[in-house]
Design a protein around this ligand. Structure first.
Ligand SMILES: [Zn+2]
Ligand SMILES: [Zn+2]
Length: 348
């Protein structure tokens, strides 16, 4: 396979992964998704009606109904990365005398991450139920800005506790609702926000550790090959140094799978790193991403479901109440890792 074909496949795979990660791990109202929705509309105007209906049905089934599909995709991608790392990078690094301790870091992280991933999937995020609702109502006070007393969920027929939201994918109200994550096929709420945060950081650490070891391997491969000192004769008969493009081509053709993997992992590291930092920030200020978006002027519980998507709450949002639930950095963090229980009455 020539360099250009390989590079085209590589770009297509990386862009597809970028698309999947950005669209389905984030929030529906992000600027990226707004741009994607606009692009979808443009493409739809050239697509026959039957194909549009079919793709809408398929997308709805995939992304708006509970399904383990993305958990399997996750495991498959992880399996592919670890198989490649073990098959090509591990042996090469052992030949370069990289210590076994350094090489075992990705495997230790995999065990830790898998355990946290399991907890994130299996833990009830804090479903509002008939039995628990009376105690859940006392966990947080209503800020009377985003959450108002006496509002019932039309689907669950239960009074909504402050900070809760109905998840349309899971068809239930969730206490301290953050968002629904398709990658864990679960809502992220009061009881599993801690696992979600740890999951994001452990995934970043995994991607970072494998990227560093792989980068080290490629660097040694280039140094060993002597390509940095190589030269070629150009069309005018002049001797030219090989240059970085030559080195990149050589690496692409010698280690195509390793380069694929490294590109994917570096991208994942930065996207997930940003996302993990965003969630760490939210944990420190005691805000959910649901509240963060609402605070930016999206539909409020008070006005839902009649309000338009660009509707601003009336009266005009009071920014002094933006971090209404914040109780100081340490107490906010404690609340993430030791969620408040229903019986605990929280003062204002
Ligand atoms: Zn509900
Ligand atoms: Zn959900």
């Amino acid at each position: 396979m020539d360099f250009l074909t390989l590079f085209a496949i590589y770009v297509a795979v990386v862009i597809t992964c970028m698309f999947l990660v950005c669209k389905y791990s984030g929030q529906p109202q992000s600027p990226f998704n707004t741009l994607l929705n606009y692009l979808f509309k443009v493409v739809a105007s050239f697509t026959p009606q039957w194909l549009q209906r079919l793709s809408q049905r398929t997308l709805h089934r995939l992304f708006h109904q509970r399904s383990n599909l993305f958990i399997y995709v996750h495991i498959l991608l992880e399996g592919a990365v670890y198989a490649e790392f073990t098959y090509e990078v591990f042996g090469f690094c052992r030949d370069m005398d990289t210590t076994l301790t350094s090489l075992s870091v990705p495997y230790v992280l995999l065990v830790v991450k898998t355990f946290i991933f399991y907890l994130c999937i299996k833990t009830d995020p804090g479903t509002v139920t008939k039995k628990k609702v009376s105690s859940q109502l006392h966990i947080y006070p209503y800020d009377r800005r985003l959450f108002h007393p006496g509002v019932s969920c039309p689907t669950c027929q239960l009074v909504k506790p402050a900070r809760s939201k109905h998840c349309r994918v899971c068809d239930r109200c969730v206490q301290r609702f953050d968002h629904h994550c398709i990658w864990v096929n679960n809502c992220i709420g009061a009881q599993n926000s801690r696992y979600f945060l740890l999951y994001l950081f452990s995934l970043c650490a995994m991607a970072g550790a494998i990227s560093l070891l792989t980068g080290d391997m490629l660097l040694h491969a280039v140094l060993r090959s002597g390509l940095l000192r190589a030269s070629y004769i150009d069309e005018y008969g002049q001797q030219q140094p090989a240059g970085p493009l030559f080195v990149v081509q050589h690496l692409f053709l010698t280690f195509p799978r390793v380069i694929f993997m490294l590109g994917f992992l570096v991208f994942l590291f930065f996207v997930l790193g940003g996302y993990a930092l965003f969630h760490a920030y939210l944990a420190l200020v005691n805000q959910t991403s649901n509240e963060w978006y609402k605070s930016r002027g999206h539909v409020c519980q008070h006005c839902h479901p009649t309000a338009a998507a660009d509707h601003l709450c009336s009266p005009v949002p009071d920014h002094s109440k933006r971090y209404y639930y914040s109780r100081g950095l340490l107490r906010n963090l404690r609340e993430i890792f030791f969620p408040l229980k229903g019986v605990q009455k929280k003062g204002n």
